[in-house]
Ligand binder design. Structure first.
Ligand SMILES: Nc1nc2[nH]cc(C(=O)O)c2c(=O)[nH]1
Ligand code: SF4
Ligand SMILES: [Mg+2]
Length: 285
């Protein structure tokens, strides 16, 4: 079996380790049980366990309406993978299994999970075959893999707009250099063929899709239409979601009214970030 590289939260929220032994720390949710709820998208509110994989091929830094910058809310899994956990697929499976309780939904997120498509396919196949759980994958939509897709129930795809590009001013404000993925973000962020593949597989099966756009500026709707929706075919407008930009309650409160208006105006769905309302901006919730 091959190995996965997990971000420092690994499988979360948990009360047991991969051997089924109780761990000393209680979950970041403050609850005395494993599991949280899916905070975003169509399944918001559904009890779930998360698996966060390390590394990303993008480097998102947005600008908010008030001019301030807001970067990726999981930099420990994207910009600077730190305290990562390398673990056999089997061990990740055990870790998940020993924390399930009555939870039936697993969410694989990152970083960008498709960067580890081979071991991730092994893990998802095992979760499906042995536990028959519902699997959501949270991805930036720059990559698609037919083999992995077989094992996924909900593709939660978050395509990135030009407002996410890390330009010189943004980089300077975070003391970052224009190297590595920062340099490639603009070229990589939009892959219409991959998005079409997600739409097509969902139309040919009972798998589900949500295209969840993070919106920080009023003019973003034009780009969603011209650079994405007009380039795609056979998608369902119920699958288009807008989520307010922001990693904290305060940032979300700032962008939410504008995003709400844009959703109603265009007939798109609004996605909350319930876990931030409930738990604040914490890792592992
Ligand atoms: N509760 C909860 N819901 C989430 N939905 C998407 C998440 C993510 O970080 O991808 C996330 C997360 O980290 N926690
Ligand atoms: S694609 Fe997602 S994980 Fe990667 S840098 Fe952007 S917000 Fe972070
Ligand atoms: Mg996220």
């Amino acid at each position: 079996m091959s190995k996965l590289v997990l971000a420092n939260e690994g499988v979360f929220p948990v009360v047991n380790d991969k051997n089924g032994q109780p761990i000393a720390d209680k979950p970041q949710t403050g609850l005395l049980m494993p599991g949280t709820i899916q905070g975003e998208g169509k399944l918001a509110g559904v009890p779930s366990l998360f698996i966060r994989l390390s590394s990303c091929n993008l480097r998102c830094i947005w600008q908010m309406e008030d001019g301030s910058y807001c970067r990726c809310d999981t930099t420990y899994a994207s910009f600077h993978p730190d305290k990562t956990i390398e673990m056999e697929v089997n061990e990740v499976f055990q870790w998940l299994k020993y924390n399930l309780g009555t939870v039936k939904h697993v969410v694989v997120t990152g970083g960008e999970p498709l960067l580890q498509k081979k071991p991730l396919t092994e893990l998802c196949k095992k979760i499906k075959e042995e536990l028959n759980l519902h699997i959501t994958i949270e991805s930036n939509g720059t990559l698609y893999d037919e083999e992995l897709a077989q094992w996924i129930d909900l593709f939660s795809i978050s395509p990135k707009l030009s407002n996410s590009e890390p330009n010189a001013d943004k980089l300077a404000s975070y003391n970052l250099k224009e190297s590595g993925p920062f340099k490639f973000h603009a070229d990589r962020r939009r892959n219409v063929n991959a998005l079409q593949a997600y739409i097509d597989i969902c139309n040919q099966s009972d798998k589900e899709l949500q295209l969840k756009f993070v919106v920080g500026k009023h003019e973003d709707y034009k780009e969603i239409k011209a650079d994405y929706l007009q380039q795609l075919s056979n998608y369902n407008s119920n699958d288009i979601l807008l989520m307010p930009l922001g990693a904290t309650r305060e940032e979300i409160a700032l962008s939410a009214p504008m995003v709400l208006e844009m959703s109603i105006d265009n007939g798109w769905r609004y996605s909350p970030r319930v876990h931030i309302d409930l738990f604040g901006s914490k890792q592992g919730v």
